[in-house]
Design a protein around this ligand. Structure first.
Ligand SMILES: Nc1nc2c(ncn2[C@@H]2O[C@H](COP(=O)(O)OP(=O)(O)OP(=O)(O)O)[C@@H](O)[C@H]2O)c(=O)[nH]1
Ligand SMILES: [Mg+2]
Length: 540
């Protein structure tokens, strides 16, 4: 790259970044008020309506009536609950869009790529992958490329290596073989080196030798995320995760410029070199995105307590990407708005969907972003905020694609990520493991006795799953299902409507009494007994 081209490219960033810095100051003064709620809650209310009859509905729906549906995009990252007056200082959609569309790292967001994949296979040492093979890792890399609409795999190669994390990933001989193969393969526009993260230096070296764009897992996964991002939070997180790529690009461009003696020159009496100015602008961009994300996170804290207050137990559904999480939630809730896709990272946002358990108790199922082995660390960091909410669930369901050849290592990977996220022990111990896609295997029988075999697609095993969920939810929330005999001339029934969840009322008109089926917390039951005496409880 010539000195002039490099200089031109770098200075092309400046107006964009400067504009973004000025705007960030203006945003602070803006306050936006919104009221919205998810269609899921409308669904929850409707379901309650059908199950409980008019009187109980009045009690329940009252708590929810302050919410209205807005767009499905808004369901996403903040679980669909937004509170009035809490949107102060928040970025407008157009501002998030501008951040998202500015400063896209080179090669990301481009129209098409014909890709050569090389997988460095570590034969020994601490970096060796024990639960998988190079062929399976290569298959996953191909899966990642094929997820992108206009990307195709042209050729692939597995090469052994000792030090995938060092600058020289491959030995001299192997590197020569690889370079020849790449040069001989016609029409390649990019090489995907299947490592977590390439150093800026090796990326530059590879690009120089091979003459095409070079990607690592980090940049490929980011590219997929960019294509699938719908909500503000996802877009902000992707923009944040792209910052390291922009830094690498800046480093490489400055190295080019320095070779020509330009990078460390001071700019027009500013006391800063060009490199320092660019670094500062990137830092400012990063701070702005982090601030916006932090505000979303704070908002979620509020939303969490609101949700607790409403007493709908929360069940988070997680697992490796493409294992069938969205399909399962769709089957459990009948929510037709959900769109499962045979694609990695189809779901990028945490969304919430109401469903019913056998006792007609309403629970909220949380659909989450899928996990991936060797998902680059910075990516996990920027999405940790999204996954943070899972910690506040009442129960976790771990979905596994049991038909996948790598199902065992996928499980290990998911458990590791949960450990890194410091998931509370109570959730890890009560987690329900579900073996999905059993329809793809003949006469599947699990060696893991506690696991539940299902087919989310064909609706098999769902009743057993719902029963298991109910059992765990009752344990987790300290609730029980009871039949209570009430005197209709006393305030017992209205008390129960207020303090517990009334499931069913069987009236005996002659006796002036009713048997009421309730889901009630131990504490509320204690208060009930104190107020109305111990009589009239039937075991359930
Ligand atoms: N045969 C079969 N296919 C299934 C089953 N469950 C899900 N699938 C398919 O697996 C693919 C992925 O399903 P999703 O529900 O989108 O998976 P996910 O875990 O939400 O995926 P991400 O959001 O991308 O992480 C889709 O093509 C589904 O039709 C199942 O029980 N049997
Ligand atoms: Mg999904």
């Amino acid at each position: 790259m010539s000195f002039l081209t490099a200089l031109r490219r770098i200075s092309s960033w400046m107006p964009v970044l400067q504009r973004s810095c000025t705007r960030s100051c203006q945003v602070g003064a803006r306050a936006t008020c919104r009221l919205l709620h998810t269609p899921d809650h409308a669904h929850a209310v409707n379901t309650c309506q059908r199950q409980r009859g008019a009187t109980s509905l009045q009690t329940r729906a009252f708590g929810l009536s302050a919410f209205r549906p807005k767009s499905t995009d808004d369901l996403g990252s903040s679980n669909g609950f937004h509170e009035e007056g809490e949107d102060e200082d928040f970025l407008e959609d157009s501002e998030v869009e501008e951040l998202f569309q500015q400063q896209i790292p080179a090669g990301i967001g481009e129209e098409q790529h014909r890709v050569f994949i090389v997988h460095p296979d570590v034969k020994w040492g601490s970096r060796k992958q024990h639960l998988t093979t190079a062929e399976l890792m290569m298959a996953e890399a191909e899966g990642l490329v094929n997820t992108l609409e206009n990307w195709t795999v042209v050729d692939k190669m597995i090469l052994s290596t000792k030090t995938p994390e060092k600058k020289r990933i491959f030995g001299k001989g192997n590197f020569q073989t690889l370079t020849e193969r790449i040069r001989q393969t016609a029409g390649i526009t990019a090489v995907f080196v299947n490592v977590e993260r390439l150093t800026p230096l090796s990326e530059r070296d590879f690009e120089e030798v091979w003459g095409v764009k070079v990607f690592d897992r980090y940049s490929v996964v980011l590219h997929i995320f960019r294509c699938n991002a719908r909500t503000k939070e996802a877009k902000l997180q992707i923009s944040l995760a792209e910052i390291p790529l922009l830094r690498s690009r800046l480093k490489n461009e400055m190295a080019n410029l320095d070779q020509q003696g330009g990078g460390s020159r001071y700019i027009g009496g500013s006391g800063e070199t060009l490199y320092e100015i660019q670094q500062r602008l990137l830092k400012e961009r990063e701070i702005k995105i982090r601030l916006a994300l932090e505000r979303l996170r704070k908002k979620r804290h509020l939303l969490r307590s609101q949700r607790r207050h409403r007493e709908f137990p929360v069940v988070s559904v997680l697992g490796y990407t493409n294992c069938g999480k969205t399909t399962l939630i769709k089957a459990l809730t009948g929510d037709t708005g959900l769109q499962p896709r045979n694609q990695l990272f189809a779901t990028l946002d945490v969304t919430v969907h109401a469903g019913q358990l056998p006792s007609h108790m309403t629970v909220l199922y949380v659909d989450t972003i899928g996990f991936l082995s060797q998902l680059p660390h910075q990516l996990i960091d920027s999405f940790a905020a999204t996954l943070e909410d899972i910690k506040h669930s009442d129960l976790l369901i771990h979905v596994r694609d049991i038909s996948h050849p790598e199902t065992a290592s996928q499980k290990v990977n998911v458990l590791n990520v949960l450990k890194n996220l410091q998931m509370p022990d109570r959730l890890m111990n009560s987690m329900i493991e579900v073996h999905n896609k059993t329809d793809l295997l003949t006469n599947y029988e699990s060696a893991e006795l506690a696991a539940l075999p299902i087919s989310a697609l064909e609706g098999r095993g769902l009743e057993q799953l719902k029963e298991a969920v109910e059992e765990e939810i009752l344990k987790a929330t300290g609730k029980q299902i009871l039949d209570l005999k009430v005197n209709l001339s006393s305030p017992q029934l209205s008390w129960l409507y207020k303090e517990a969840t009334v499931q069913d009322v069987q009236v005996d008109a002659d006796e002036g009494s009713a048997v009421v089926k309730v889901i009630i917390s131990t504490a509320a039951h204690g208060r009930y007994k104190k107020l109305f005496g111990k009589n009239g409880v039937f075991s359930h």
